[in-house]
Design a protein around this ligand. Structure first.
Ligand code: SAM
Length: 452
């Protein structure tokens, strides 16, 4: 947007740049076009712009795809944008309060914005926290924050933020912007960064919660030796350092991301936690189980291995659990990409086969403990006959109430979160391919029963 257009539009709207809203408008059109181009938005693709202001970037994104959503806190600017871009959805609201889970229904989404600096970090985490529907994200940030995100070990910018975000996202520092490209000019330089999700397998897995705790502890006094900062983990420090190939006097800022992950895994092992070095083969081999084979009336007629049951399409038994929090939201899990069946799809809170000799009720309690790491009373919710759609499983559906937190086994479950029921309705209606077929069948039973 040209400088003169910015000034005339603001005066037509009877407003002036508001400092408390971080309003610094971009007036370099080449730069605006270049920023949007970094996301390679394709026709029809979903995108979201945060803090669009007068639409400096919007103009270029809108040319690529009209499937866009704008979130602007300033009511006068939001009203202006609604009129100028009737095809786009405009939300007059605070991007920090936006429920990112709504975006799953629109498929992988590209997110961008010249962010107001006072909320940049908050917004960054909000849109990148797992599970995230975002497939690429480009933000203009205060230069200092952008440097921290993309920092290398042994620099003063490298810290907890670099590592916590960097474990899940590849961060690219694209370019520095001088204050003069904005009106009014901010006091500091800005920089554009591009974030894309890391591929599964690009880095070893680890317990995400433990990683965050250890990194924060390690950097809480960054000049101190790491051994002192991590003393509560009671690690065999000389052995840990030998394994990592570092001096025993090492400081937090000297470990690379890969070394921090390895350190987390060493601490998990020491604490008797689950193994995280799961690869494709290992995940498949976990299932050496024997199931009861049943007839069309769900009566046991024999036993067979998991492999045989699936390849010969024998009738067998399974349970699905719907775990609700105290607000009535349902926890969905995203299946691990290493699973042999329906990898990477969204599924019931927990689900699993009934083992030979086990009852449905016993399986429900076991799966809740094994998949979510919790125990709770389970109650029957419905059932489904065996069919092609259920993978020849007779399914009993159970419900339980628990608000978490859950301990998800990474070999089985990539991530998960609670969703409002109408969000799941919209999402499963718009993108059924995002869900495991067994879940969709159970969801129909559950919604059907509620609507009767
Ligand atoms: N994108 C425009 C541009 O490049 O010219 C404006 C960028 S300006 C740095 C930040 C914009 O974010 C302003 O329009 C401001 O009103 C808006 N904003 C500030 N706080 C916000 C919030 N919490 N949620 C959504 N928008 C916000």
């Amino acid at each position: 947007m040209k400088l003169s257009t910015i000034h005339s539009t603001l005066s037509e709207l009877g407003t002036q740049p508001t400092r408390s809203l971080g309003q610094n408008f971009l007036h370099d059109q080449n730069l605006a076009e270049w920023m949007v181009a970094q996301l390679s938005i394709q026709p029809g693709e979903s995108w979201v712009e945060l803090g669009p202001g007068l639409g400096a970037l919007t103009e270029y994104a809108h040319r690529k795809s009209t499937n866009g959503l704008l979130i602007e806190k300033d009511g006068r600017l939001a009203g202006f944008l609604s009129q100028k871009y009737p095809q786009l959805e405009v939300v007059h609201g605070d991007a920090c309060e936006f429920d990112v889970r709504k975006l799953f229904a629109g498929g992988p989404v590209k997110v961008f914005g010249n962010l107001p600096y006072y909320v940049s970090s908050q917004i960054l985490f909000q849109f990148t926290n797992e599970p995230s529907p975002v497939c690429a994200l480009s933000f203009t940030l205060q230069k200092e924050l952008a440097q921290r995100l993309s920092a290398e070990p042994r620099t003063k910018e490298y810290g907890a933020l670099t590592l916590i975000l960097g474990r899940r996202w590849r961060v690219k520092y694209l370019r520095t912007l001088p204050p003069s490209v904005f009106t009014p000019a901010p006091k500091v330089d800005s920089a554009v960064v591009l974030l894309t999700p890391r591929e599964r397998g690009e880095l070893p897995e680890c317990d995400g919660g433990r990683f965050v705790t250890m990194v924060k502890q390690g950097f809480s006094q960054r000049r101190k030796q790491l051994r002192k900062m991590l003393v509560s983990h009671e690690l065999d420090w000389p052995a840990v350092c030998a394994q990592l190939g570092v001096e025993e006097t090492v400081r937090a800022e000297e470990l690379s991301l890969a070394q921090w992950i390895e350190l987390t895994n060493l601490a998990s092992r020491h604490a008797g936690g689950p193994e995280f070095a799961i690869g494709h083969k290992q995940a498949q081999d976990v299932h050496g189980e024997i199931f009861d084979v049943v007839d069309e009336a769900d009566q046991v007629v024999g036993q067979a291995s998991r492999h045989e049951v699936h390849t010969r399409k024998l009738h067998h038994r399974a349970v699905h659990l719907f775990v609700f929090d105290k607000h009535g939201q349902l926890f969905l899990q995203k299946r691990s990409r290493w699973k042999d069946k329906h990898p990477g799809l969204w599924d019931s809170s927990a689900a699993g086969h009934v083992d030979s000799g086990e009852t449905y009720d016993q399986t429900a309690a076991r799966e809740l403990a094994e998949e979510l790491g919790v125990s709770a009373d389970v109650e029957p919710l419905g059932s489904l006959p065996a069919s092609d759609a259920t993978g020849w499983e007779f399914i009993r559906i159970y419900k339980a109430q628990h608000s978490g937190p859950f301990r998800l086994p990474p070999a089985e479950i990539e991530s998960g979160t609670f969703f409002a029921l109408d969000q799941i309705d919209r999402w499963s209606g718009a993108r059924p391919g995002d869900f495991a077929p067994g879940f969709l069948e159970c969801w129909r039973v559950f919604r059907g029963a509620r609507n009767e």
